[in-house]
Design a protein around this ligand. Structure first.
Ligand code: SF4
Length: 332
C-alpha cells in the first residue's frame, strides 16, 4: 500500500468469521424488517462487517441493501432451484476437496465468511462438516499428492481469509511440498469487505510461497469499493500478486450497462482484471436476483462497445456436478 501503513498482523489474528466486527439481526437498523424477512434471516443470518455496514443507507432500497439485507423474497421457491445448485456433492472427492476441472483442485478450507451475500450459491452450505485440524486435511492433501495432473489449488470456502495466516501458511507449506503443483489461487471477498485483513504479514506469506499466487476477489458494484478497499487491493497488486475479479449478474443490483461499465472501468483503473461475470446459480432463496440469458447477452453486447477487451469479463454459466462452466457467446 504505497504511502500508507497496513494493519500490523498482531492486530489481526482471526480464528473464525465470528471474530469479525459485525452487525446482527438485533441491531436497530434491522428493526423495520418484515416478519418474512426476519424468517429469511433465521435461515441465512444477516452478517455484514461493521465498516461496510456503516457505509450503507439501510433505509434506501439501494444495490448494497438488496445484496446484504434479508428479504421476504428469499422465502419464495421456484421450479429448479436447489440448496446445492452446482451439485458440488457429486464433485467432492473427500471432505473439503472438489475437483471439477482438469488440472485444478478446490479446497473448501472453511464454511465461514465475513459477510453473507443474499445471492450466494453456497448459502445452504454454512454447516458443512469440513476438516479443521492439520491431520483432518490429510485425506484431501494425499488425494492432491496422488493426482499428478493437478497444477493449481484453489482455496475457497466460505472465505479462506477468515482463517488466520498461521493456519493458511501451514496448509500452504504442505501444498508447496507437492512437486507437481505450481499455482495457488485464493477466492476471497475479504480485501473488499474487510480491507484491514490485507496485512503486511499476509502479503509476505503470499510472496514467500513457492507456488505462484493469484487472488480472485468478488465485487458486484463499484459502491463496494471505498478508499480502504481500493488501498487493500492496490497493496496486493503493488506486491506483484495478480488480482482478478469475478462478479455475479444480479437483478436490481448491477443489471444495467452504466453500472457494469463503471464497475469494470473502476477495476481496470485499479489494475484488477475483470475475469468472469457469472449468471446467477439457481440456489433456493435467490431467484429474485435472476437475470435472463437474453438480457445478459444484450448487456455484454452493450459493454463491448464501451470497454477495452481487457476490461470485459467472460459471461459464464456454471453447470451442476463435474461438468463446469460454459461461456455465453455474445456479439459485441
Ligand atoms: S458469496 Fe462468498 S463471501 Fe458471500 S456469502 Fe458466499 S462464500 Fe461468503
Amino acid at each position: 500500500m504505497k504511502g500508507q501503513r497496513m494493519t500490523p498482523f498482531s492486530q489481526y489474528t482471526p480464528k473464525a468469521a465470528s471474530d469479525h466486527p459485525v452487525v446482527n439481526s438485533l441491531e436497530p437498523r434491522l428493526r423495520n424488517l418484515s416478519p418474512e424477512a426476519r424468517e429469511a434471516a433465521r435461515h441465512f443470518p444477516f452478517l455484514v462487517p461493521e465498516a461496510l455496514a456503516s457505509r450503507i443507507d439501510w433505509e434506501q432500497d439501494g444495490p448494497l441493501t438488496r445484496a446484504y439485507l434479508p428479504s421476504a423474497e428469499e422465502l419464495t421457491r421456484v421450479a429448479g432451484d436447489s440448496t446445492d445448485p452446482l451439485d458440488e456433492a457429486a464433485a467432492r472427492i473427500v471432505p473439503g476437496l472438489i475437483i471439477k476441472y482438469p488440472g485444478r483442485a478446490l479446497l473448501k478450507v472453511t464454511a465461514g465468511c465475513a459477510i453473507h451475500c443474499r445471492f450466494c450459491f453456497r448459502r445452504h452450505a454454512r454447516n458443512d462438516a469440513l476438516p479443521r485440524k492439520c491431520r483432518e486435511w490429510e485425506p484431501a492433501l494425499s488425494a492432491i499428492e496422488a493426482d499428478g495432473s493437478l497444477r493449481e489449488v484453489i482455496l475457497s470456502g466460505g472465505d479462506p481469509l477468515t482463517l488466520s495466516d498461521r493456519r493458511l501458511a501451514r496448509l500452504t507449506r504442505r501444498l508447496a511440498a507437492i512437486p507437481h503443483l505450481t499455482r495457488l489461487r485464493i477466492h476471497t471477498r475479504m480485501p473488499v469487505v474487510t480491507p484491514e485483513r490485507v496485512t503486511v504479514r499476509l502479503i509476505r506469506w503470499l510472496q514467500a510461497t513457492r507456488l505462484t499466487p493469484f487472488v480472485v476477489v468478488h465485487v458486484n458494484h463499484a459502491d463496494e469499493l471505498d478508499s480502504r478497499a481500493k488501498a487493500a487491493l492496490a497493496s496486493l497488486v503493488d506486491a506483484g500478486i495478480p488480482v482478478l475479479n469475478q462478479s455475479v449478474l444480479l437483478r436490481g443490483i448491477n443489471d444495467d450497462p452504466e453500472i457494469l461499465a463503471t464497475l469494470f472501468e473502476t477495476l481496470i483503473d485499479m489494475r484488477v482484471i475483470p475475469y468472469y461475470l457469472h449468471m446467477l446459480d439457481p440456489v433456493a432463496g435467490a431467484a429474485h436476483f435472476g437475470v435472463s440469458e437474453a438480457r445478459a447477452l444484450a448487456l455484454m453486447a452493450d459493454l463491448g462497445t464501451r470497454l477495452p477487451g481487457y476490461g470485459l469479463p467472460r459471461l459464464v454459466r456454471e453447470w451442476p456436478g463435474g461438468t463446469g462452466k460454459r461461456w455465453l457467446p455474445f456479439h459485441g
